[in-house]
Design a protein around this ligand. Structure first.
Ligand code: 5GP
Ligand code: MG
Length: 181
C-alpha cells in the first residue's frame, strides 16, 4: 500500500515559477521546430511549458508546432520494466527538424535515451531534451537532459501529470508516495 506525504514536495506556485524560468532558459538558446511531448505523464507540464515558451519566444512562437507521442516503460508499478514502447511517431514529420523532447521525469534514463535515439534514427536534425524532474541518483544509462525543472531525490512522486496506477495525475502539486506496511 502507498500513502501520500503529509505536505507536497513541490508546491504549485513553485512549479509555476520554475516552469516560467525554464521556458526562458530554453527560448534563449534553442530555436526548435517541434515540441514533442511524451504522454501521459508530461501532459500538464507540456501545457504550462508551451504557454510560457510562447511568452518567452515572442513572434517566433507562431511557427512552433506541438506533437504528442505515447511512450510507456512502466506498468502499474513503481519499478521500471525497462521496455520502451513508442506509439504515434509515424504520424509526425521528424526528418530534418529540430526537436525539443519533453517528458515528465528522467529516472533510470532509459526512456529519454530511447526516445532520443529513435528521433535521431527517424532523421531529426537535432534533439534536445527537457524534463520537469530529474532523479540523477537513479541513472542507469548515459543521458543528461538539456533542460531540467527540478532535481529530486530517489523517491517516487505523483501529481502534476505523474501517476501511480493512473491515480493522482490531476493534483496541481508534486507529492511523494510512501510505502506503508
Ligand atoms: P526511466 O526510463 O527514466 O527509468 O523512467 C522514465 C519514466 O518512468 C517516466 O516517464 C515516468 O513515466 C516513470 N517514472 C519514473 N520515476 C517516476 C516517479 O517517481 N513517479 C512517477 N509517477 N513516474 C515515474
Ligand atoms: Mg512517462
Amino acid at each position: 500500500m502507498y500513502k501520500m506525504s503529509a505536505k507536497p514536495l513541490i508546491e504549485a506556485n513553485e512549479i509555476r515559477k520554475r516552469v516560467a524560468t525554464l521556458a526562458r532558459e530554453i527560448a534563449d538558446v534553442y530555436d526548435y521546430d517541434i515540441l514533442l511531448s511524451a504522454l501521459t505523464g508530461a501532459y500538464m507540464f507540456t501545457a504550462d511549458l508551451s504557454r510560457e515558451l510562447a511568452v518567452a519566444q515572442g513572434e517566433k512562437a507562431y511557427q512552433k508546432t506541438i506533437a504528442f507521442i505515447k511512450a510507456s516503460s512502466y506498468g502499474n508499478s513503481t519499478t521500471s520494466s525497462g521496455q520502451l514502447q513508442v506509439r504515434g511517431l509515424e504520424k509526425i514529420d521528424i526528418k530534418g527538424k529540430k526537436i525539443l523532447m519533453v517528458d515528465d521525469i528522467a529516472d533510470t534514463g532509459t526512456t529519454l535515451l530511447g526516445l532520443v535515439n529513435l528521433l535521431k534514427e527517424s532523421g531529426a536534425q537535432e534533439v534536445r531534451t527537457c524534463v520537469l524532474l530529474n532523479k540523477q541518483e537513479r541513472r542507469e544509462v548515459e543521458i543528461t537532459a538539456d533542460f531540467v525543472g527540478f532535481e529530486i531525490a530517489n523517491e517516487f512522486v505523483v501529481g502534476y501529470g505523474l501517476d501511480y496506477a493512473e491515480n493522482y495525475r490531476s493534483l496541481p502539486e508534486i507529492w511523494t508516495l510512501q510505502e506503508t506496511d
